[in-house]
Design a protein around this ligand. Structure first.
Ligand SMILES: [Ca+2]
Ligand SMILES: [Ca+2]
Ligand SMILES: [Zn+2]
Length: 383
């Protein structure tokens, strides 16, 4: 989420764990293969559902195999009726549970799901360069969920990356053409960081109930909107405005860190508010482009390098930290972009934008660290 006012940290807490080996089998659901013209590499992205068994310990468990040319995967657990969903363990072929607080490296506390883990939770590998989609048999356990799906990318090592983007627009105040400036800004930001965006033509969704929607991805209308997203792209929903209380000042929000990829569901996209980027009828193209780039970063697994409180940081070792103890100059309990200048405020994933006066003076948020770029290049949805 990127907000003018305050932060919403969507960490999902996982329980400490032990290892168990159990067999399962994967049934193929869909496959798409794309050959990239950018780097002559070939990536295959396949989604499969994994059968599960109930163990004597009360946990459901299953397994899957990452082949020798595995690049990345996202493992998702779904719970019907937006019930709580969570993984308990995920053990790599060397029997290291990457969700255990006692493992190094660990995703403990950083494994994602939807906001508050309702209906959906997931684990992305790699979510930092410390992790690898190792070839071999991975095993997992969960206690809360109805089904598990694996979105697996295989192919050649990604020297370059192309990410397909599908924009949508709702409401009647602005039209698809009004987004072109912001989409160009977003494309330029990613290109400058070594990632090519292939942006599809914006799809206009004219149903009036989608003009303003709740920021909650489990909301019925928001869910119906985001579920229209493509399974081959990162879906950006440019809504006219957020509806409901608690949405004041929010520029955009993502369905998770990461959200879902390759599966049509309520978590397969991000929201960006057009009204929050407007002065009168004019959209702030630079800020909207930065917001779209930021929310897309969340959707692909990037956290804020520094959270608003200045005490919580991402899992990447090469992103700058802006700590409250040394940088909260006005002692208001938050670290602003101005307070974090030179300490991460320039990063695409900084939690809040520069003030309007700083932006008028030319301040931008367009940089990504080497580790952030690597997470994006390895993304299951990238080619
Ligand atoms: Ca960091
Ligand atoms: Ca402050
Ligand atoms: Zn954010």
């Amino acid at each position: 989420m990127k907000t003018k006012l305050k932060l919403c940290l969507t960490c999902f807490i996982l329980i400490t764990t032990s290892l168990l080996l159990v067999a399962g089998c994967a049934k193929k659901e869909s496959i798409s293969t794309t050959t990239s013209s950018q780097d002559n590499s070939t990536s295959t992205f396949a989604v499969s559902e994994i059968t599960q068994t109930l163990g004597d310990d009360g946990y459901y468990n299953g397994s899957f195999v990452v082949p020798s040319n595995g690049i990345s995967f996202i493992l998702s657990v779904f719970k019907d009726n937006n019930g709580s969903a969570a993984f308990y363990s995920l053990s790599d072929p060397d029997s290291t549970d990457i969700l255990s607080s006692s493992s190094t490296p660990t995703l403990y506390g950083a494994a994602s799901g939807s906001t508050s883990g309702k209906g959906y939770a997931n684990v992305l590998v790699p979510q930092s360069p410390s992790f690898k989609a190792k070839a071999g048999t991975w095993t997992f356990k969960y206690i809360l969920g109805d089904r598990v799906k694996l979105a697996l990318r295989t192919g050649t090592f990604p020297n370059a990356a192309t990410i397909f983007v599908q924009p949508y627009i709702t409401g009647t105040t602005w039209s698809a053409a009004d987004l072109n400036g912001a989409l160009s800004v977003m494309s330029r930001i990613y290109s400058a960081n070594g990632i090519t965006l292939s942006i599809n033509s914006t799809i206009t969704i004219s149903d009036s109930q989608y003009a303003t929607v709740s920021k909650d991805f489990t909301d019925t209308t928001t869910s119906a909107l985001v579920s229209q997203g493509s399974t081959n792209a990162v879906n950006l929903f440019f809504i006219e405005d957020y509806a409901g209380s608690g949405s004041s000042g929010i520029l955009g929000n993502a369905a998770g860190m990461p959200g879902s990829m390759g599966i049509a569901n309520a978590w397969n996209g991000v929201l960006n508010s057009l009204t929050a980027h407007a002065s009168g009828s004019t959209l702030n193209e630079q800020l909207l482009g930065e917001t779209a780039a930021h929310e897309m970063g969340h959707q692909l697994g990037l956290y804020h390098p520094t959270e608003a409180n200045g005490t919580t940081f991402d899992i990447l070792s090469d992103t700058a930290e802006c700590s409250k103890s040394s940088r909260d100059n006005d002692s208001n309990g938050e670290v602003s972009a101005e307070e974090c200048e030179g300490f991460g405020a320039e990063n695409v994933m900084f939690w809040t934008p520069w003030s309007s006066s700083s932006r008028s003076a030319g301040k931008k948020q367009e940089t990504l660290s080497s580790h952030q770029r690597q997470v994006l290049k390895y993304s299951p949805i990238a080619k």
